[in-house]
Design a protein around this ligand. Structure first.
Ligand SMILES: C[S@@+](CC[C@H](N)C(=O)[O-])C[C@H]1O[C@@H](n2cnc3c(N)ncnc32)[C@H](O)[C@@H]1O
Length: 313
């Protein structure tokens, strides 16, 4: 893969971080990248009513801007490739009313790329601040908005995936069931027929739910999909930012979220792209998992601070 030298922020043995608007960078690289990306894992700027530091678009402009990426990103995928996109919620200005813009934008993206929705995931972040503050903490007429949604999309209905790569520890009751090797079989009120042998084989862990809740600890995958939160401020990235007077990226995701989808949707050696890389959480997850990566970030300061993630890997 070649990029123009002046665009490269940093690179590692496995990946390249490029500064620039991804729609422009990827168009220039499309001849090299076409058909080679196994997974696009990304979190685009959210449709905010108040602008964050980076230039979030609003309303229909946001929806069209995001949807316009779909044909480009889809053209880069391998025949079994997929796109996982995280989009947060937005609220109508001045009213205790949720905006449907995040959903509309995801839907427009899916339609424009002729994509199928393989599965919807919810990332529950219990540590989120109680916002929108006016409705939640002042007037107390709403509860805190504590999740974002991730859409796993692909041009094909069976993109590469293996849930055995993301198993989580069995619950205490399942562990004791596996020990006892006896099960209360029969018909359930749900009308499912449970056989005497059902659920008695140990498959090395439980299949995780589509509700993902991430703990603070850096190294806890695969336990990471159990309850927790994204409050880590002493990771190498945050320490680097503090030491160099940089403000950490305001919308970082926990690395375990990227770990999960990379493990689910790729094998070692598969190329992963993040076109809205921010602090390059995706690149770090790839580096740890042995996946080559390409990260594109429009803001040069965010991009260069991401290099700190790779100093001890
Ligand atoms: C939600 S943040 C991504 C955070 C990232 N997942 C992380 O963990 O650090 C979205 C990022 O997209 C970047 N961005 C916005 N427009 C862009 C564009 N046209 N091309 C590339 N990056 C863009 C913003 O600067 C911002 O850092």
């Amino acid at each position: 893969m070649t990029t123009r030298d002046e665009e490269v922020s940093y690179f590692t043995a496995q990946g390249v971080a490029v500064v620039g608007k991804s729609e422009e960078v990827l168009k220039r690289l499309s001849a090299n990248l076409s058909g080679r990306v196994q997974l696009v894992f990304t979190s685009p700027p959210f449709p905010l009513n108040r602008k964050k530091k980076y230039n979030n678009l609003q309303g229909d402009a946001y929806k069209h801007w995001l949807a316009d990426y779909a044909p480009l990103l889809t053209s880069l995928l391998t025949p079994t490739g997929a796109i996982v996109m995280e989009v947060g919620n937005a609220w109508e200005p001045g009213e205790p009313v949720m905006s449907t813009l995040a959903l509309e934008a995801l839907f427009a993206f899916k339609e424009k790329g002729h994509l199928k929705l393989c599965q919807e995931f919810i990332w529950h972040n219990p540590a989120k601040l109680p916002t929108p503050a006016q409705w939640v903490t002042v007037e107390r007429i709403r509860v805190k908005d504590s999740f974002t949604r991730l859409w796993w999309m692909s041009p094909v209905s069976r993109p590469k995936a293996d849930n055995r790569n993301v198993l989580v520890p069995y619950s205490a009751s399942m562990t004791s069931l596996l020990r006892r090797q006896r099960y209360n079989s029969g018909r359930r009120p749900s009308e499912h027929q449970i056989g005497a042998e059902s659920f008695l084989s140990n498959n090395g862990g439980a299949i995780p739910p589509s509700l993902l809740s991430i703990p603070q600890e850096e190294e806890s995958f695969p336990e990471s999909v159990l309850i927790g939160s994204n409050t880590s401020s002493n990771d190498p990235y945050s320490l680097y930012c503090r030491a160099h007077g940089l403000s950490p990226h305001p919308a970082r995701m926990p690395r375990q979220l990227a770990d999960f989808f990379i493990a689910l949707c790729t094998d070692a050696g598969d190329l992963v792209l993040d076109p809205f890389a921010g602090s390059n959480t995706t690149g770090e997850a790839c580096e740890r998992a042995g996946r080559p990566w390409l990260a594109v970030e429009a803001n040069a300061e965010y991009a260069s601070a991401g290099a700190s993630r790779f100093r001890k890997l």
